[in-house]
Design a binder for this molecule. Structure first.
Ligand SMILES: [Zn+2]
Length: 91
């Protein structure tokens, strides 16, 4: 008869659960909460929150924005870059 392998079930379960909770924390769309229907490309303080430290547009999965607002943010940032309010990239 085979001997059953002993797995550290409790320890693994606890660690897994906490990691899962962190990953599955519900993100909300900042603009839906504030009832924003237009994102101004001149408002750099808001746009800055949605770029990485390299100046790239942060993805929806990291910002938690909904599709509509993420598209608005992306085009606002691109517009701001065009008129040199924001960088295309930082080093
Ligand atoms: Zn939204």
């Amino acid at each position: 008869m085979k001997k059953k392998a002993i797995r550290p079930v409790a320890e693994k379960g606890a660690a897994g659960a906490s990691a899962l909770n962190v990953r599955q924390r519900k993100r909300y769309c900042y603009f839906c909460k504030e009832n924003v229907d237009y994102i101004d490309y001149k408002n750099i303080t808001v746009l800055k929150k949605f770029i990485s430290d390299k100046g790239k547009i942060r993805p929806k999965r990291s910002t938690g924005n909904c599709v509509q607002h993420q598209k608005m943010i992306a085009s606002a940032i691109k517009r701001a870059r065009e008129i040199a309010l924001m960088p295309y990239f930082k080093r």
